[in-house]
Design a protein around this ligand. Structure first.
Ligand SMILES: Nc1ncnc2c1ncn2[C@@H]1O[C@H](COP(=O)(O)OP(=O)(O)OP(=O)(O)O)[C@@H](O)[C@H]1O
Ligand SMILES: [Mg+2]
Length: 311
């Protein structure tokens, strides 16, 4: 929020430069308009603040002008001046859109990479474990019955490892997400996390059509990080995942009954902070979505994600 003195200074700069432009026209005065816009942007003013400055200054100038023709000319010149002063905002907006596009591409590349690692984990680790099974079988043949029994215990452990690896590789890039969509994928994820962490996790979901693929991928990754946070920080026993689709948007929430936290100032970039919430925000930015966290020490955490569907 800009202080009153900064707003006053910008009002004065804007009034002086607009006065110049109305009186003499020319590039130099327009450059001043650009400069005022740039300064306003660096003071973190919003476009609406600029429009308010413009209105204040223009109203004062109109009070001073004498004839209707003068008024018309003044308003036209002031319009040109306002447009120029907003061009730094326009440039920032474009840079933001380009960064979002780059981010979406990066996410796509990361998803491809996930797919590759998931397949490697699934296929290669699976094959290695199968080879270990065969060797153990060979070994068992030459052993007395008591040792064979102990070996059987080892093989059971190997089976468990195989099952866990299989589940993890599917969570890494769930083919179920591509094949069946977000709801079965979240159910699969919840089941795996629930088994590993002993938390009771339920999924309540809409029935119906698939969502656009980028929305499904983003929601899956965000809920995955949400669950990861619950496991890591919340000490919760119950987790509820809800996903509903309304006319123009999809709303998804992850709610736990854990310890909660003080969320003031989150998420913002700083070195000592984690990347989870920042990653969520970046994924959602690329889709025009948002998230909100309702929490407080001792009162659980409710992460709510909204993604518009019309784009
Ligand atoms: N469900 C939750 N319950 C309690 N605290 C949470 C929960 N979700 C997030 N937090 C708090 O918010 C902080 C920020 O979360 P974030 O996911 O950004 O980082 P992290 O989990 O600490 O690290 P990373 O995600 O990079 O492994 C956490 O450190 C934790 O204090
Ligand atoms: Mg995290």
């Amino acid at each position: 929020m800009a202080t009153k003195s900064i707003l006053d200074e910008l009002d004065m700069e804007y009034a002086g430069a607009l006065g110049d432009y109305v009186a003499r026209g020319g590039e130099a005065a327009l450059e001043q308009a650009y400069e005022v816009g740039r300064r306003a942007l660096s003071e973190k003013l919003a476009i609406l603040d600029m429009v308010a400055i413009h209105h204040r200054v223009l109203a004062a100038l109109l009070r001073r002008s004498a004839t209707r023709e003068e008024n018309i000319q003044l308003v036209a010149k002031a319009g040109e001046f306002l447009a120029e002063s907003l061009s730094p905002f326009e440039m920032t907006h474009r840079a933001f859109m380009e960064a979002n596009l780059a981010l979406s591409r990066l996410n796509e590349i990361l998803e491809e990479e996930n797919k590759r690692i998931a397949h490697a984990l699934h296929d290669e680790a699976g094959q290695l474990l199968a080879a270990v099974h065969i060797s153990l079988e060979d070994l068992a043949r030459g052993l007395p019955p008591s040792a064979r029994e102990r070996l059987q215990g080892v093989r059971k452990l190997l089976d468990q490892i195989e099952e866990q690896l299989r589940h993890l590789s599917h969570e890494l890039r769930p083919t179920i997400l591509d094949d069946l969509g977000i709801v079965p994928a979240l159910e699969f994820l919840a089941e795996g996390v629930s088994k590993r962490t002993k938390q009771h996790i339920t999924v309540e979901a809409f029935k119906g059509e698939r969502l656009p693929a980028p929305v499904e991928t983003a929601l899956y990754r965000i809920v995955q990080e949400g669950l990861h946070n619950v496991t890591k920080h919340a000490k919760a026993t119950e987790v509820k995942i809800r996903i509903e689709r309304t006319d123009g948007q999809v709303i998804c929430s992850v709610r736990d009954n854990g310890v909660g936290f003080d969320s003031s100032g989150l998420p913002s970039r700083s070195d000592e902070q984690g990347l989870g919430l920042i990653g969520m925000r970046e994924r959602l930015n690329a889709l025009g979505g948002t998230f909100e966290i309702r929490t407080g020490p001792g009162s659980g955490t409710d992460l709510e994600i909204k993604v518009p569907l019309e784009r």
